[in-house]
Write a protein that binds this ligand. Sequence first.
Ligand SMILES: C[S@@+](CC[C@H](N)C(=O)[O-])C[C@H]1O[C@@H](n2cnc3c(N)ncnc32)[C@H](O)[C@@H]1O
Length: 384
Amino acid sequence: MEENKIRRIEEGLTKIEFPEFDKVSSDAPVFYNPHMELNRDLSILAIQVFQKQEDREINICDLFGGSGIRGIRYKNEIDGVGNVSINDISELANHYERHNIELNDLEDIEVYQHDASMFLRMKRGEFDVIDIDPFGTPSPFLDSAGYCARRNSLLCVTATDTSALCGTYKEPCIRKYNAKPYKSEYCHETGIRILAGFIALTLSKYSKCIEVKMSHSTEHYMRLYLKIKKGSKKCDETLKNIGYISHCKHCLHRQTSKGLASSVEDTCPICGEKLIHAGPLWLGDIQDGEFIQEMIDETENKKINSEKEALKLLNSCLIEAEAPATFFDVHAICKSLKISAPKLDLIFEELENRGFIAIKTHYNPLGIKTDAHIEDIQKILLEL
Ligand SMILES: C[S@@+](CC[C@H](N)C(=O)[O-])C[C@H]1O[C@@H](n2cnc3c(N)ncnc32)[C@H](O)[C@@H]1O
């Protein structure tokens, strides 16, 4: 089985070995992506916070194990973890998962070889945490996650098909997420909202609903941490957060409208041009400030190599919890006004002086989340 040279890496407190490969891709004999270390570090913080909030022993499912790094780190580095189940369809991945469990001298971790959906269907109600970290889209596995998920559990979801969610390619987004994307300057946020909306609608078939605890878009992927609640009434209530974002390409005005089949305006109220609609998507909160603050506090107790990067991202998401949906890209507005961009700090200062919220966003270093309208921002930019 072990024809390739073996590579050993360390993340957090955990050692992992896998067959050497040249390029990170789904063709690697056993998948390992060093660029996902931040994702795994944040997962450790989020699951630890969840465990402390629930104040009970938790059982975790690492649905797409690869080298086993995720499930093994969860058992090794999170307090209050009972059993961890690592699943992967690949026999070779299973071999390294077992090898790495031994390498870290751990007990209470089981390895399974099943299709992810079948595995979740077999294990209904057994997990407190389900981690879905597939190649590309999580979409085909979400029905089974909805069927399997327990009341008050945590669902962690990665999507790497950002070109679909952000609207570079419209049709794949419609096929996979039954939503129309739009490639605006804030398309990464729209993508996260499309993913959250699709998960909420899928889970509602099983009378389960979501509370978004934390979400981020980083490099080539998006990640969501969702608390799962149960009850048809609660579902009906949370689904009121499904709606649309309408965008004017001409003047950059945008507006939201809640409701799956509510009527949306077709013309821009500012300039009269045609509005473009994205959705259905999640217009509810996509950051929970209290949960994120606890993740920040938890960095003190964990050994994570990405600490600086993780704290930067978490602090940004913490502030974003107070912000309205979408954001403005200063350069895009200045380009449309045919002026050069003033200093970002001055724009923030001026917005605040005039009584508006002005918040930075992790999606874009030039982005401003604000309750000011496009006309207010244009006025400030022209004056500066
Ligand atoms: C992106 S990798 C997982 C990476 C891992 N979670 C990590 O953090 O390093 C996806 C894994 O899913 C496995 N896989 C692909 N299709 C699957 C399916 N239908 N059911 C279960 N596992 C599958 C692949 O063998 C691969 O190891």
